[in-house]
Design a protein around this ligand. Structure first.
Ligand code: ZN
Length: 240
């Protein structure tokens, strides 16, 4: 069984379609939240995930878009985009987002947006946070997003190891606990502007990261034409 794992799509339908086309014939699609926010096409992204029967969880931007208090933690541009999303999205999109749980275990793998212990808030960016989370996660392997950086944390007997992912790199799931981040489809922040995702091969016990080019200019034009903050469009060029 091959699963495409996508996170932080952020209303970027062009990047999502490029990734789905690259992934080809997978058996399932899992998403790790932040389906909307920042980008120009919340309805199209939710419609695509819905028609592909994607399974997933809620991110802080999804929560903010449906009226959650998470909007109060946002910087001014993120807040403006969340307010735009709230007003622009269809009622059906809103209902789909509202139905997303904060955590979900699928095939013995935990799916969360931020971290296993704090799914809507915590950014796992250091060994200490990764180690503490892997101690409390209810499954051996967990998938998370939120930082928009593709990495894996592994709890080996003597330390928490960090694996920094690049295009076509991969790891064996192995015997240790792991917390694995596919990176961001719609707004990468690791200096590589290409859309990021990973493929989980359950039979081989392996994950492989991928990077996919998409029409960044077209998305920037769409963002500017609906009045989203210019800085959110500009950053897509650099993947920051
Ligand atoms: Zn995000």
């Amino acid at each position: 069984m091959r699963v495409a794992v996508l996170s932080d799509i952020h209303s970027n339908i062009v990047a999502l379609d490029a990734v789905l086309s690259h992934a080809g014939d997978v058996d399932a699609i899992w998403h790790l939240g932040d389906v909307v926010g920042y980008g120009p096409e919340p309805d199209a992204v939710v419609a695509r995930l819905s028609e592909r029967a994607a399974t997933g969880v809620r991110g802080n931007h999804d929560a903010a878009a449906v009226g959650g208090p998470e909007i109060d933690w946002f910087n001014p541009e993120a807040r403006a985009a969340a307010e735009w999303t709230r007003d622009a999205m269809a009622a059906e999109t809103r209902r789909w987002l509202e139905a997303l749980p904060e955590r979900r275990v699928v095939d013995d793998i935990l799916l969360v947006h931020g971290s296993p212990r704090d799914p809507l808030r915590e950014y796992v960016t250091d060994r200490r946070a990764a180690g503490e989370n892997m101690e409390v996660q209810e499954t051996q392997h967990a998938l998370h997003g939120h930082t928009h950086v593709p990495v894996a944390w592994m709890a080996t007997p003597d330390r928490v190891a960090l694996v920094q992912a690049s295009d076509t790199s991969g790891i064996e799931l192995g015997a240790y606990r792991s917390l694995i981040n596919p990176g961001s489809v719609g707004q990468p922040r690791d200096g590589d502007p290409r859309a990021a995702y990973l493929v989980l091969d359950r039979d081989q016990g392996r994950v492989t990261w991928h990077r996919v080019e998409y029409d960044i200019d077209g998305v920037q034009t769409a963002m500017r034409s609906v009045g989203l903050p210019d800085r959110l469009a500009a950053r897509l060029t650099f993947g920051v």
